[in-house]
Design a protein around this ligand. Structure first.
Ligand SMILES: *Cc1c(COP(=O)(O)O)cnc(C)c1O
Length: 643
């Protein structure tokens, strides 16, 4: 199944029959649920794989222009004579921007997600969606012959064989669109009120236009007060109920990944991998990369002052690119190590012979800022950079990013943050936090596919690294940045399909919103924690240090317990859990990131409980032994090393 990726929404109309209710808003901004109906529609379009939405605006166009600022995948095009012309002239407006087959929608519709899926999976290229009887009072009846549309009318008597009622969502090929705009150019000379429905009817004689009727589809146009109240009381609640039941399609087997990335992806992100072949040196692909670059920066609020540099690699590649490219040859980087990823930064520096001063802390212990300050003070001549991990995925600890970076600022030290497993999962303001380089990858909280990593760089700092003699070629940050800036192409072959998936994942992120995602992740973690506690499990970290993205769980001491066996039992049932990593106590880990629902977590807990019962594993509910003591300095060592 290959999706149509473009949509055109007709949103110019005045809505005169709803004048009082609208109160100087376009109809799309009527609010039935938590957000305007146009935003509900956009969310469904994104979920169905659409990644380019054109809205034709007219009346109160500013409302739509604000949407285009909010969502990177929305563009608006104005139809200035909207008040005196029919919908077909509006539909002609996007002309050159329509570059493929597209879905055509009206802006005042509420509808079930199923409507889009049906058109997306229909084998017919030109296909109009119909429904059974609605009794809405403003029906457009569609006459059909065999499986093709022959005419449309508001008058039932004009129709010989009734196919159903017109919904106002259609799939149109680029070819048909060209025929429509040519015909409109003629017709509109006599009739400026020419409607797109009439145009489709006129063309249906020469071009096959098919239909698909969903007998029971819940939908409504909202054009007058009667329709509005029907929508409010009956149709909208029904749509919400039905949509919540069709979360996942049945096309790809669903696995719930509870390992800390690659995370579970949505089906639409998976489908985005399938598309036409393209040479990545074409402008079309360069545009895609540019859009992704901008939006990666936007996610951490770095507008204008930051640049994203992408690499075809796992996350470690971008960490390596950053460290190897920004630390001057005669300077040192202070590395905070309270987990495997802090240690990895030290290993990278060793491999490149980059001077580093290490602040080693027992894994799972929090950073003591006063010690960092002391080290910055003692080595103030040497240190140019402070490197730390935001969310240390080894144990799930959240390091104090802002405090540490502001500390560094006092010493004129730049900050490198490995935010691999927190980026897009916890809100980060890169400017406010005083970060110079932030490293992340496509396959964790952003919910894309593995194979792409990136560094979001403060442009001013990045420009200065031009002077540093390169330590490498493929992973040189400045070179990759300069190459793209000059050529609008990536320096080396990117994973094209993974880019498309990332584009889709970013779109879905903006639909869910920064807050929405952070709250969903935190809720998943809460549900997990409560469930595990009820089963008698204990956690490695105290709540105050946890990022709520990953839970490190102390392994049962019972001899009947074996991680690998528990893993296999759960794996067979569709759940992937993860072993622990060299923490003070033996642990296993459950990450609650990715396209997961609360139901996934409760299902997981049910299986885990069944396993414990089957194996008769006893968990002694006891006073939690605090591994991390507030401000205790036990077990903390400071190692200083200059290579
Ligand atoms: C996942 C992760 C990485 C990168 O791991 P890769 O396997 O190279 O993708 C780096 N740092 C942190 C904190 C991580 O969670």
């Amino acid at each position: 199944m290959v999706n149509v990726r473009q949509a055109v929404i007709l949103g110019a109309g005045l809505g005169c029959r709803l004048k009082d209710v609208l109160d100087d808003r376009p109809k799309g901004f009527l609010q039935l649920g938590g957000r305007p109906i146009i935003e509900e529609s956009i969310a469904k379009l994104i979920r169905s794989g659409i990644n380019d939405i054109i809205i034709v605006t007219g009346y109160c166009f500013e409302f739509y222009d604000r949407l285009a600022e909010k969502y990177p995948f929305v563009r608006t095009i104005r139809s200035p004579e909207f008040a005196t012309t029919g919908s077909m002239l509006s539909l002609c407006r996007p002309g050159p921007w329509v570059q493929s087959d597209f879905l055509l929608l009206e802006s005042d519709l509420i509808y079930e997600y199923q409507a889009l899926q049906t058109l997306q999976s229909s084998a017919h290229e030109n296909c109009i969606l119909l429904s059974g009887k609605t009794g809405s009072g403003d029906e457009v009846y569609v006459g059909v012959h065999e499986n093709r549309v022959v005419n449309m009318s508001k008058c039932r008597d004009d129709i010989k064989w009734l196919g159903g009622e017109l919904v106002g969502i259609s799939k149109i090929t680029r070819d048909l669109y060209q025929q429509m705009t040519s015909l409109a150019a003629e017709k509109c000379k006599q009739n400026r009120q020419y409607q797109y429905e009439d145009c489709l009817t006129d063309l249906s004689r020469s071009t096959a236009i098919y239909y698909h009727c969903l007998e029971n589809l819940a939908w409504s146009e909202i054009d007058d007060e009667q329709q509005l109240s029907r929508a409010l009381n009956d149709v909208h609640p029904l749509i919400q109920r039905r949509d919540s039941e069709t979360v996942h399609s049945k096309h790809v087997e669903r696995r719930v990944l509870l390992n800390p990335g690659p995370a579970t992806t949505t089906d639409t992100v998976k489908y985005a991998l399938v598309g036409h072949d393209i040479c990545p040196r074409e402008k079309e692909f360069g545009d895609l990369v540019e859009g992704v670059r901008q939006d990666l920066v936007r996610i951490v609020h770095g507008a204008d002052a930051y640049e994203a540099v992408l690499f075809a690699s796992s996350g470690t590649g971008a960490v390596e690119a950053c460290l190897s490219s920004v630390v001057p040859h005669d300077k040192s980087v202070l590395i905070i190590n309270n987990g495997a990823y802090g240690k990895r930064m030290q290993q990278i520096c060793d491999a490149y012979h980059i001077n580093h001063i290490d602040y080693d802390i027992n894994w799972g212990k929090p950073v003591e800022c006063s010690l960092v300050e002391r080290l910055l003070m003692r080595h103030r001549q040497d240190i140019s950079h402070l490197a730390l991990v935001h969310h240390e995925t080894t144990v799930g600890i959240l390091n104090e990013l802002s405090t540490l970076s502001h500390l560094a600022e006092r010493f004129g030290v730049e900050v490198i943050v490995d935010a691999m497993s927190s980026y897009a999962g916890i809100p980060i303001d890169i400017q406010d936090s005083g970060i110079h380089y932030l490293v992340a990858s496509a396959n964790k909280c952003i919910q894309g596919m593995a194979g792409l990593s990136f560094v979001i760089c403060k442009t001013e700092s990045l420009e200065k690294t031009k002077e540093i003699r390169p330590r490498n070629l493929y992973f040189n940050l400045y070179q990759n940045y300069a190459y793209f800036s000059q050529k609008h192409e990536m320096q080396f072959t990117p994973p094209v399909q993974v880019f498309h998936a990332l584009r889709q994942a970013i779109n879905e992120y903006f639909i869910e919103t920064e807050q929405g995602r952070a709250i969903r992740y935190a809720t998943l973690c809460d549900v997990l924690e409560k469930g595990l506690q009820a089963l008698g499990f204990r956690f490695l970290l105290e709540t105050e240090y946890r990022a709520k993205l990953l839970t490190a769980i102390i392994e049962p001491e019972d001899t009947r317990y074996a991680f690998s066996e528990m893993h296999d039992y759960l794996y067979q049932r569709g759940f992937t859990i993860y072993p622990g990593k060299d923490a003070a106590q033996n642990t296993f880990r459950i990450a609650t990131i990715g396209a997961l629902t609360e139901q996934d977590i409760t299902n997981f807990l049910d299986h885990l409980e069944a396993y414990l019962i089957m194996k008769e594993i006893k968990l002694r509910p006891q006073q939690p032994e605090r591994i991390v003591g507030p401000r205790s300095s036990l077990g903390r060592t400071v190692v200083e090393k200059a290579v």
